[in-house]
Design a protein around this ligand. Sequence first.
Ligand SMILES: *[C@@H]1O[C@H](CO)[C@@H](O)[C@H](O)[C@H]1NC(C)=O
Ligand SMILES: CC(=O)N[C@H]1CO[C@H](CO)[C@@H](O)[C@@H]1O
Length: 325
Amino acid sequence: MELLPLVIRYIVFVCILVLFWTNCLASGGIETTEENDPKDLGIPFCAPEVSKRQVNGLVFVSTMDGKISALNLEDGGSQKWSIETGPGPMLSSSIHNLELSNNGQWVRMIPSLSGGLYKMNGKSVEAVPINAENLLKSSFRYSDDVIISGGMESRTYGVDSATGKLLYECSMASCDNQTTQGQRATPVGDVILIQRQTQTVRAIEPRDGTERWNFSVGQHELKLSPDPSASCHDTVASYDEIVLKVIVPDGLICALDSAGTVLWKHTFEYPVVSAWRVGRSGEIKGVDLFGGTRTPEEKIYLPESPVLYVGMHNKQVRQARAHIN
Ligand SMILES: *[C@@H]1O[C@H](CO)[C@@H](O)[C@H](O)[C@H]1NC(C)=O
Ligand SMILES: CC(=O)N[C@H]1CO[C@H](CO)[C@@H](O)[C@@H]1O
């Protein structure tokens, strides 16, 4: 009789664990939970005139060249600041140049920014059950005629959200203060934390060390470290009424009002990788890059949203869209 409730409790416990983990992974470990809602912390009521928190009026965009830029949601989408993250662009690869034969059909390998590999035969794209991480971990097991070298690197940047000033950069070697006098800058407002993870894989000829192919892919994660002296979080006017659309390969960000009228467009030189904005209670939310794209007023060209973006990124950018089979 007592077994069933126990089993149910166990299942619930496992579910909570799984939820916890997926949450942690999705947010890269630095947590902002519902408990941090300023209302629950009893932050004092603020006069309505001190309402608009500057960081809420920004959209942060990560582009293929490795930069993170902040655009003003108001003011026509003008660029407030832009900083470079290392090392190099978010995608560098020679593996996509290889044409491998698979039962008489040619296939190309395409690395994804998260480290997964995809196989493309010109018509369809298929995931390969190998990724950068397991290639690096078990290089010796795959074949005798190639060895794998490389690794994963994580860098973290602290940026003053108001000015775009780089406060520090943490790399594998150290965390460097970026100030001139060798003193840490005291940030005055909200600080944007940018984490970049880069995975690099090289396939090497075992006997002479010649490189056969390589790929290096990167991803950005964003967090907000709020200004501790700001106390008006719960009266913040939000920009929820502004809807953002992203055309990934064209590097185009487009802001629409609730009626679907285009407020502004901003075009980056490189394809967009991710975009984020700040929610009502100060949490960073990702902008959906694959969301619906139909607008009531088709004043600008907004193509149907794809399931997957496949692009080549060299000196110049070519792009194609494909659907997963
Ligand atoms: C990969 O190889 C190509 C050509 O062999 C080179 O141009 C590129 O810089 C390499 N990428 C990395 C991440 O080493
Ligand atoms: C990059 C930079 O400015 N680093 C400085 C940080 O501060 C120490 C001293 O505290 C200096 O030695 C570094 O040059």
